[in-house]
Design a protein around this ligand. Structure first.
Ligand code: GLC
Ligand code: CA
Length: 477
């Protein structure tokens, strides 16, 4: 069957920028939208197709933006709506799309909706949140009970995360309408799509378990809303489920999320058998025509060079090569391109309720450095400036891998075919003419491939064997 023109994220690279830590334009120590705009040339040079920004909305920051107090504005620390418009426009000039992070499962307790909801049991907004006479036993994700007693009206409200993050009641049709308006507001401004926070738990049913069937209804509703927009808008979900069949269900019949984050891949470790297994099973369960999405790090987990690569750059390159040569969409968390490690945060500098600061530190630029950054500088790798001028750096390698991904049809859209290989080696073919082989062991491996090495993590060009931790892309002859 002839396939229509592929969307931009097919074979694309999405860059997750944590706005407070990407680039600071006014020297207050907090990254901001103008800072990001000023660095678009860097991201363009790197070769990314889209940028996902962690929440940019006004928020009291109890959970660093994931407690939204207004979905239609910009956090003053980050700038203004005008700054966001300017960012969208400047990115578009470079062919880069901007995605925001939608947090629909809960609001901040400072959101006007919650203020009205908690004011009285008769409030028209009462049913927008989940209120009960009795607390159920459920625990919240950050520890402690998922129910908090509100004295004013003598009932408990539900929150899967902090008490400052009351959960919205998605069984209430008005909540669905309100989010339709929010989506339209941003799509009309030129936002290319959304990462959807905690989408796998969006709709709760008494006594507050996720209601999957109803989550799928909401996702279909959003897709049909987005269908009115050209070009197609993207929904990529934080689907934190460990079962791949369940993960695949969030694609619906290609009428729900276009991309669902793959946490089993993120946590497989740098192990040939485990990675090959997750990728092969993912490819098998996704609906026909759907694209997988791959990431190694994000703002909630320990950075991948520390978590899975023992802070060894040979392993970091191998992991990046895998990330950037799989079918679908590859997501780089800011700093991944440098091989940035998790940063040790002294207790007195800790800001997060859940100990995630070490993965959220400022990007070390080098030539102009941060003044009084809000978190200690992530200075555990060579800076952007240093790595840019070093053709053998992780950054230079990452850029080459992205260029190859974009420039080679097999890597843009070719299928994934696993290849038999020695223990500890993960090898697969993309399309008909490209093979990727990674030696994920500390010993040499023999894997004769008839072709030319077009990229190697070691800068070698031998297609008959692999050095320890070497990865190659081979053009078959
Ligand atoms: C998601 C976010 C995380 C946040 C949580 C609550 O898991 O990625 O950072 O704390 O949702 O919104
Ligand atoms: Ca700033």
């Amino acid at each position: 069957m002839a396939t229509s023109r592929q969307p931009w994220w097919s074979g694309g690279v999405l860059y997750q920028a944590y706005p407070r830590s990407f680039a600071d334009s006014n020297g207050d120590g907090i990254g901001d939208l103008a800072g990001l705009r000023g660095r678009l040339d860097y991201l363009n040079w790197l070769g990314v197709d889209g940028i996902w920004l962690n929440p940019t909305f006004p928020s009291p920051n109890h959970d660093w933006g994931y407690d939204v107090s207004d979905y239609l504005d910009v956090h003053p620390d980050l700038g203004t709506l005008d700054d966001l418009d300017a960012l969208i426009a400047a990115a578009a000039e470079r062919g880069i799309r901007i995605l925001l992070d939608l947090v629909p499962a809960h609001t901040s307790d400072r959101h006007q909706w919650f203020a009205e909801s908690r004011a009285s049991r008769e409030s028209p907004r009462r049913s927008w949140y989940i209120w009960r006479e009795e607390a159920e036993g459920q625990e919240s994700v950050f520890g402690g009970k998922a129910w908090t007693y509100d004295e004013r009206t003598g009932q408990y409200y539900h929150h899967l995360f902090l008490p400052d993050q009351p959960d919205l009641n998605w069984l209430q049709p008005d909540v669905r309408d309100a989010f339709d308006e929010i989506l339209r507001f941003w799509f009309d401004r030129g936002i290319a799509g959304f990462r959807i926070d905690v989408v796998h738990e969006l709709v709760k049913d008494p006594p507050s378990r996720p209601n999957r069937a109803k989550i799928h209804d909401v996702l279909r509703r959003w897709r049909s809303l987005a269908a009115g927009y050209e070009p197609q808008r993207l929904f990529v979900g934080e689907t934190w489920v460990m079962d791949l069949e369940e993960l695949a269900s969030f694609y619906g019949s290609n009428d729900e999320l276009q991309l669902a984050f793959n946490f089993p891949f993120m946590f497989a470790g740098l192990d040939a058998a485990a990675l090959a297994d997750v990728v092969e099973r993912t490819e098998a369960v996704l609906p026909h025509g759907a694209l997988p999405v791959w990431a190694l790090s994000n703002h909630d987990v320990v950075r991948f060079p520390t978590r899975m690569c023992d802070e060894d750059d040979a392993k970091v390159r191998a992991a990046l090569l895998a990330l950037l040569t799989l079918r679908g969409t590859s997501v780089l968390y800011y700093g991944d391109e440098l091989g940035m490690r998790q940063v040790d945060i002294p207790a007195e500098r800790a800001r997060d309720v859940h100990d995630r600061d070490g993965a959220r530190t400022p990007l070390p630029w080098g030539e102009v450095e941060w003044r009084n950054p809000w978190l200690p500088l992530g200075a555990n790798v060579a800076t952007v400036a240093e790595q840019r001028s070093d053709p053998r750096s992780v950054l230079s390698f990452c850029r080459e891998a992205i260029a190859l991904r974009h420039g080679r049809k097999d890597l843009v859209s070719g299928g994934y075919t696993p290849l038999a290989s020695p223990t500890g080696v993960w090898a697969w073919r993309r399309g008909s003419g490209s093979v990727i082989a990674l030696n994920l062991t500390g010993s040499k491996a023999i894997l004769p491939l008839a072709g030319e090495v077009i990229l190697s993590t070691n800068g070698r060009d031998d297609s008959s064997r692999l050095e320890p931790w070497e990865g190659v892309v081979v053009a078959l002859t």
